[in-house]
Write a new protein. Structure first.
Length: 437
């Protein structure tokens, strides 16, 4: 099929490349010239494992191109909207400027029979509103909401082999003409057994926000348990292992630590609360305020623990923060708990050096006042304390004996509970985890 993908960020660039991999003819469109020239040269404008290989692979086939010119969408049968929906400045609600602009910009290039497919995470009600715009301009075109569930760091495999496909169509019916078209787009996944659900517009939009809210709630639940474990002298990692053995609960997303961040979960739960308020259903989501509060409390807790670890004062203490990305295998620092903790420590008088295998450039743009050092050995030189805040594999594998020769004080705070506490203590370190004795 001929496909256009509007918005070539973390979602759209991966989606465009994967659609071409599945055999479609794809044009990726974005207003950012830098992104387009990088992608045109088969270079990923951000770090995502496997993306660059995939871009090279599909560009050789001639099925994938990129442009800043929206008119290139003309002639495609399917138009995916993959632009961002960040949090509005000073408010909880989502900023729909980019989704609206992408849809309106696309309208003049629609032809009868085309489908516009929204993948961005939007407040419920957006799809029906945009569907009206599409129908006004081109009565024989349709708008479908097809939320995306990919995780950064696993984006390529999540797109090629998703857990499920959700199509939100106007009448919520399997007979809607868009269903057969999307089935053709995703023929590869469907034939390999990916379940596919057809719903109405609002249900499809809510599936996405509900899923992210559930994940955020799971993380905050275990972090609340971590607070209790700290008070009671228990170990939250063993607790998570034990409750996770119940199939109904499951062990995934029960890793206690410095909490969730990134460009999705934090802003999605806030936008969801804001939208519920507009719909007069705010009570239904007041628990998400608590989920958010527990999450933000983790960051302050780490600052306090660091102070304790440094003997009661942060002033002039050299602190090495390992990890700036909001999670491993990503260079994304949007709402990164690691970076926000690093910035807080610096504000409170510590001398902070941040290290990360991939995210230093992005981090330095956001917090230029912090000191950055890519090399771990240099980053921990003469440290009074090390904070492991993003669990990159190379940090999990650090050798406590080798590291002890570089630091001034052998103190480590394991913000993701991924180190072997006994091993570090045996090597002479003062080890602190979160929610662990
Ligand atoms: C999240 C969802 O997992 C995806 O399904 C969704 O498609 C995506 O948002 C989106 O809306 O686009 P992502 O933001 O890439 O994906 O990251 P996650 O893997 O969900 O991690 C989010 C945060 O939670 C990270 O900061 C991670 O460190 C933290 N986390 C995760 C924990 O603190 N504990 C856990 O047990 C799991």
């Amino acid at each position: 099929m001929r496909i256009s993908v509007i918005g070539c960020g973390y979602l759209g660039a991966v989606h465009a490349a994967c659609m071409a991999k599945l055999g479609h003819e794809v044009v990726g469109i974005d207003v950012d010239e830098r992104k387009i020239s990088e992608l045109s040269a088969a270079r990923a404008p951000f770090y995502e494992p496997g993306l660059e290989d995939l871009l090279r692979d599909v560009q050789e086939t001639g099925r994938l191109s990129f442009t800043t010119d929206m008119s290139a969408a003309h002639g495609s049968d399917v138009h995916f909207i993959c632009v961002g929906t960040p949090q509005k400045k000073g408010e909880n609600a989502a900023d729909l400027t980019y989704v609206d602009a992408a849809t309106v910009g696309l309208l003049p290039h629609l032809s009868p029979g085309d489908i516009v497919v929204g993948k961005s995470t939007v407040p419920v009600g957006t799809a029906s509103r945009l569907a009206e715009l599409v129908q006004l301009k081109e009565p024989e075109a349709h708008l479908v909401w097809n939320p995306e569930f990919l995780r950064e760091g696993h984006a390529v495999s999540d797109t090629l082999q998703p857990d499920r496909l959700v199509y939100g169509v106007e009448n919520g019916s399997e007979d809607h003409p868009s269903v057969a078209i999307l089935d053709e787009v995703y023929a590869g996944s469907i034939s390999s057994g990916t379940p596919r659900l057809v719903t109405d517009h609002p249900t499809a939009e809510l599936v996405k926000t509900a899923a992210n809210s559930f994940l955020a709630t799971k993380i905050s639940f275990i972090n609340a348990m971590a607070e209790l474990c700290e008070a009671a002298g228990a170990d939250v990692t063993r607790l998570a292992d034990a409750i996770g053995m119940d199939d109904r609960i499951g062990r995934k997303f029960l890793n206690a630590g410095i909490g969730f961040g990134g460009g999705c979960l934090p802003k999605d739960i806030r936008a969801f609360m804001a939208r519920a308020g507009e719909l007069g259903a705010d009570q239904a989501l007041t628990f998400l305020r608590e989920v958010d509060a527990i999450n933000m409390r983790r960051r302050s807790r780490v600052v306090e623990l660091s102070r304790e670890l440094c003997g009661g004062s942060l002033l002039g203490k050299r602190i090495s923060v390992l990890g700036a990305a909001f999670k491993p295998e990503s260079d994304d620092v949007r709402d990164s708990p690691a970076l926000s903790i690093a910035a807080q420590l610096q504000l409170q008088g510590a001398v902070v050096t941040v290290s990360d295998p991939k995210a230093i450039d992005n981090a330095a743009r956001r917090f230029p006042e912090l000191h950055y050092e890519a090399d771990v050995d240099r980053a921990v030189q003469r440290a009074d304390a090390i904070l492991l805040l993003t669990e990159w594999q190379q940090y999990r594998e650090l050798d406590p004996y080798a590291l002890s020769t570089l630091v001034t004080n052998q103190r480590i705070l394991d913000g993701r509970n991924v180190l072997d506490a006994a091993k570090w203590r045996a090597a002479g370190w003062t080890y602190r985890g979160l929610g662990r004795p």
